[in-house]
Design a protein around this ligand. Structure first.
Ligand code: CFM
Length: 481
């Protein structure tokens, strides 16, 4: 359905093709904006590159590997000691031991490619870098090599290097080839990581059967949580819920996980799939290749978390587990309800805009309803049709959607919809402050975890504190806006 004239953003007059990227939600006949296509030249997109999706989102959170980025140093800049999910839930001290010596965001290495490497090839440098890294940080679970635009263009045979290094160090060395230029957004990098990880563990397991779980090790309720990256310790809330249910969480793909556990992906009974944008690919491959089924869940909010527990219990079909699910839900609701009731009373009727990568726009619709808030617009950086279908199904009719928004579009939506809150990321935070609109960091959170029942209380608290901070009235009362 074409967007009504009055909804068109004025800022897009200069790039009329941007209009295709707008839509108004409709539950009966979903309206899907144009998505997952090339950015129009001149549009100051906020999208990330394929490498960002491959390494930054999925490969990076693996907890115990040395990460070698085969690139000029600049590509590897934003990864050492920065960002949201330093992994410590698993560490070298042993599973479940909390400590701070794991690799994620700590041992990321770049080969610092120079012009002469581009001309003569960089494989020698890569091999040296891997071996030197191993010498400096022995005992890691393996090495993950990532290519970027530069090494992708040279065409270095990184797999040959990986084979030699693997032989030398006796631990898996995997290559992830998703150079920045090879797709329209970070979404393609998710896809590449999924496929390449699946292929490489499958091959590794064939050659090293000891990497697989044997029959005695397997349990009837073994699960993998797939598509959770341990944002601000979300897993500290997610894992115990499934353990209480009676499941054994064998691994998480990939938040803070050890490589040796990730190798067991084909051995579990069920994949519990949280981020369905970034990880449906590997879940489908595991169905085809190993007949490991998966269930789609959302682990945010009260209703959705309850539904996730019920779905997993229903999959296993055990009456005991079904009962446990109900008990857990009852207990958790008892704990969180007083706080949630307080926040709902304070937040009812407030207007919200949501802008994240994609899935959280649909994950969080229900949470906003649970807090009595009204979603007035939604924006996604790299969503696909299936994300927009889910948004249409969960939102009220008439929510304004913008695919891959640029800064002008964000500004105009803030002015037009005047939200009381904008759920968005760090980049947009400062712009919003100038408009007197509070934000809550919706990628890496303010003070998480935000997942599951108890995380919802943290989320509601951060929203409440943002919305009610007295500072906004000084900005709003100013002529500035
Ligand atoms: Fe999945 Fe994610 Fe997201 Fe994502 Fe992301 Fe993210 Fe996101 Mo930021 S894996 S698609 S690439 S739910 S980092 S934890 S919050 S944009 S909506």
């Amino acid at each position: 359905m074409a967007i009504p004239e009055e909804y068109k953003l004025k800022c897009d007059i200069t790039i009329p093709e941007r209009y295709m990227h707008h839509a108004l939600t409709n539950r009966k006949e979903p309206n899907i904006p144009a998505n997952n296509i090339k950015t129009i030249p001149g549009d100051m997109t906020e999208r990330g590159c394929a490498f960002a999706g491959c390494r930054g989102v999925i490969g990076g959170p693996i907890g115990d590997c040395i990460q070698v980025v085969h690139s000029p140093a600049g590509c590897a800049w934003y990864q050492w000691g920065t960002r949201r999910n330093l992994s410590a839930i698993y560490s070298w001290a042993g599973p479940g031991v909390l400590c701070n010596d794991s690799h994620n965001r700590r041992h990321a290495i770049s080969t610092d490619l120079q012009e002469k490497d581009v001309v003569f090839g960089g494989t020698e440098k890569l091999e040296k870098a891997c071996l030197e890294a191993w010498r400096l940080v022995p005992g890691a679970g393996g090495i993950l090599i990532f290519t970027t635009c530069t090494s992708g263009l040279i065409g270095d045979d990184c797999h040959a290097v990986a084979r030699r290094v693997q032989k030398e160090i006796g631990k898996p060395v995997f290559v992830f080839d998703s150079p920045g230029f090879c797709g329209v957004s970070q979404s393609i990098g998710h896809h590449h990581f999924n496929i390449q990880f699946y292929e490489q563990i499958t091959e590794y397991r064939e050659k090293h059967p000891e990497a697989c779980m044997n029959e005695e090790e397997k349990g009837p309720y073994d699960i993998a949580i797939v598509g959770d990256f341990n944002m601000d310790w979300d897993l500290a809330y997610i894992k115990p819920l499934f353990e209480k249910l009676g499941c054994r969480v064998v691994l998480v793909f990939t938040g803070g996980e050890r490589l040796e556990n990730l190798m067991k992906l084909p051995d579990v009974k069920l994949n519990v799939l949280h981020c369905q944008r970034s990880c449906t690919y590997i879940s489908k491959l595991l169905v085809e290749g190993f007949e490991v089924p998966y269930v789609n869940v959302s682990l945010f909010g009260l209703e959705q978390t309850a539904e996730a527990l019920r779905k997993v219990a229903a999959f296993f079909g055990s009456e005991d587990m079904k009962q446990k699910a109900e008990q857990i839900i009852e207990q958790e609701l008892k704990v969180v309800s007083p706080a949630i009731d307080f926040y709902r009373e304070k937040l009812s009727g407030k207007r919200v805009g949501i802008y994240v990568g994609g899935p959280r726009v649909w994950h969080w619709q229900k949470l906003m309803h649970e807090l009595g808030m009204k979603v007035v617009f939604g924006m996604c950086t790299f969503a696909h049709d299936d994300d927009y279908e889910k948004i249409n199904a969960r939102a009220e009719d008439g929510v304004f959607l913008v695919d891959s928004p640029n800064e002008f579009e964000i500004e105009e939506c803030l002015e037009r919809f005047k939200p009381d809150l904008f759920l968005t990321g760090l980049k947009e935070k400062y712009l919003c402050r100038k408009f007197g609109v509070p934000t809550v960091n919706s990628h890496s959170y303010e003070k998480g975890p935000y997942a599951c029942f108890r995380g919802m209380v943290n989320f509601a608290r951060d929203i409440y504190q943002g919305v009610y901070a007295p500072v906004w009235k000084f900005v709003r009362d100013n002529d500035f806006i």
